[in-house]
Ligand binder design. Structure first.
Ligand code: GLN
Length: 199
């Protein structure tokens, strides 16, 4: 199995390491490849888009056609997971910040996203959240976005206060928080199981 981690900017290495750890736990023989260039995503069995700065990541993935490869993978039924800025990029409906910065989204998740939803007072924080199909999970939020509304094919996996912070739409997964910044591999294991069943 080969998992590609879009590595243009942000929390890339952390996703690579925790995905390797999750593979080991599940006894999957495979590799996890960070990539900044076109070609790797197209030959993968699943893709992760890390957090970082969504405007920057957007610009770089559209410039080098990685964006088109990600969309192609999603269409093939391979799992695509976005965390934090990665979730913003997967979304179909942006907010005024997305518009103002002319951030081009991938449009793979039928959700309405709000960037920096938790404001300046709560730049970063950690809470234990009940995540559907996973259980109680230590969720680390860093200048996180949130989902304000979902389309009918989107399953809500996690909520925090009035917001939706974890979703699944078939093979597409999105989390507003950073599962790669914990030692808990369960979300990555969940993603890998989707990859395994779609190989
Ligand atoms: N605030 C960032 C954005 O809007 C996301 C932060 C993150 O990925 N940790 O792009």
């Amino acid at each position: 199995m080969r998992i590609a981690v879009v590595g243009v900017q942000g929390a890339v290495e952390e996703h690579v390491l925790i995905t390797r750890k999750a593979m080991k736990k599940l006894g999957i023989d495979g590799e996890v490849v960070p990539t900044r260039k076109k070609g790797v995503v197209g030959k993968s069995d699943g893709v992760i888009i890390p957090g970082g700065e969504s405007t920057t990541i957007s610009r770089l993935i559209w410039k080098d056609s990685i964006a088109k490869e990600v969309i192609g993978k999603a269409e093939e039924g391979k799992p695509v997971m976005g965390t934090c800025a990665g979730l913003i990029l997967l979304s179909k409906h942006g907010d005024e910040q997305v518009e103002k910065t002319k951030t081009k989204l991938l449009g793979l998740l039928d959700v309405w996203i709000k960037r920096n939803a938790f404001g300046r007072q709560r730049e970063s924080f950690e809470v234990n959240l009940n995540v559907k199909n996973i259980g109680l999970f230590p969720a680390v939020f860093i200048r996180a976005p949130a989902i304000v509304k979902v389309g009918e094919n989107v399953e809500v996996l996690a909520k925090f206060e009035d917001y939706i912070v974890g979703v699944q739409q078939g093979n597409i997964l999105g989390f507003a928080f950073h599962p790669e910044l914990t030692n808990d591999t369960r979300i990555h294991e969940y993603f890998l199981k989707l990859a395994e069943s779609n190989r």
